[in-house]
Design a protein around this ligand. Sequence first.
Ligand code: PAF
Length: 282
Amino acid sequence: MQVVHSIAQLRTALDGRGRPAFVPTMGNLHAGHIALVRQAKPLGDVQVSSIFVNRLQFLPNEDFDSYPRTLQDDCAKLEAEGCDIVFAPKESELYPQPQTFKIQPDPALADILEGQFRPGFFTGVCTVVMKLFSAVFASTGGGVAVFGKKDYQQRLVIERMVQQFALPIEIVGAEIARAEGGLALSSRNSYLSSAELEQAQALSGALQSLTQVARQGEQPLEVLEAQTRQALNALGWQTDYLTVRLRDSLQSPNAEELASAPLVALGAARLGNTRLIDNLEF
Ligand code: PAF
């Protein structure tokens, strides 16, 4: 496995290696990331993972400075999975000047849910992903990139960006990896105390109960959502949103769609200082 730190080194390493199967990450890798790498590996000729904590997608009060940086451990895990190339650029490599050109995603998709509570988040994500895509795929004529479905809205936003800019990149969504008890694996789970880890299972539980009753139509959806939010808050959470949306637009379903369209329940909530997100398709 090669570890490279510059775009030029990356392109040299990719030369003649065929079609990349790319997994972008911010490091601090857990079993969820490893599942992405395993899924990606057979989809291309050369497996590339990136590790870069992207300042542009953090709000000033968020955890950019304290976000765990564990490059050596991450590389050992990636090597064990048969990753071929790790791209781990310094900030001065990806952003040699202030990044004044940015990708502005469709507000209908990107200013709701995560975008409502983390303004500018998807601009930061799209901008760095476009740059990572340029680093990995510009010299290879395209390839495939795998994104976890835990960040449901992120995957959708990236998929639309790729469509609208006609990038020759196939976006594959990977199922959510969960711990026993249902907690979705996340780098931010490492911030939780053992008591909080136990409590944290309640988020996937709340989503599950929402999916079990939402289609029955016995109560208006907003009422069900509010009840589920209150139940989660009563367990010590501060809920940002807990809502049922159409899978492909993330808009609220009408009565007919609620009965039969592909839906997803999405939630974001804080337990102590840790903000977690999760979702369940149904
Ligand atoms: O999902 C993530 O870890 C990040 O948002 C990504 C896609 C690596 C961009 O920084």
